[in-house]
Design a protein around this ligand. Structure first.
Ligand code: GRF
Length: 215
């Protein structure tokens, strides 16, 4: 991309993934986080973004009577910043198909599991209950289907015997930061390509798997 690649990041809470993305992109000349938005006025990540001099906006879902009207207001606010990409980073709202359509190919999410395993909430609890030995996170393009869509990258972590949900969440979160930060840089460099068959490639990158070097 010749001009700076513009990112809007959507959060609902702590915003540690947002921090990881902002930090990763700060090393690039060709990328700018133009706004951080939240559906929760009290989201802790908003204060962090403000301190960094990033514009923040709140569009509170409780101020709207339907998902459609909330999504329309959110989309309008996002459009005001003219982003190339919208990154969902712990954004805890289900978005309507209309919203997904509007931002198709530019809307990216991180999910704390190795999709297609464990979509939805409480992924670490689900992983422990199932007894899987590997767990992790997925960064993917957003489609109409919840926690589904072309995979850009995945990060794996081991599950240890006796792990608590909180311990596993911490291990996965550290991996989320690594994967999302790297994907943001690939996007900024214009290297991520989504193909008609639903697959993704990243120019010059041979593996989009993150994790312990086992093989
Ligand atoms: C992350 O685990 C994300 O994958 C999930 O919610 C958590 C948000 O954490 N959807 P943070 O707000 O980025 O710290």
């Amino acid at each position: 991309m010749s001009q700076s690649c513009r990112f809007v990041i959507l959060i609902s809470g702590r915003g540690s993934n947002m921090e990881a993305i902002v930090d990763a992109l700060s090393g690039l000349q060709n990328a700018k986080v133009v706004a951080v938005m939240s559906n929760e006025p009290e989201a802790a990540g908003l204060a962090w973004a403000q301190e960094k001099g990033i514009a923040t906006r709140t569009v509170c879902h409780r101020d709207y009577t339907s998902r459609e009207s909330f999504d329309k207001a959110l989309a309008k606010s996002i459009d005001g910043f003219n982003p190339d990409y919208v990154l969902l980073a712990g954004f805890m709202r289900i978005l309507t198909p209309g919203f997904a359509n509007q931002f198709e190919g530019r809307l990216i999410n991180i999910h704390p599991s190795l999709l297609p395993a464990f979509p939805g909430l409480h992924t670490h609890r689900q992983a422990l209950a199932f007894g899987v030995q590997w767990h992790g996170c997925t960064v993917h393009f957003v489609t109409h289907k919840l926690d589904h869509g072309p995979v850009i990258a995945q990060g794996i972590v081991p599950v240890h015997d006796g792990d608590t949900e909180a311990e596993l969440a911490r291990r996965v979160l550290a991996m989320e930061h690594q994967v999302y930060g790297q994907v943001a840089c690939w996007l900024a460099d214009g290297r991520v390509q989504q193909h008609v068959d639903g697959t993704v490639t990243v120019a010059g990158i041979h593996s989009r798997a993150f994790g312990p070097q086992l093989l």
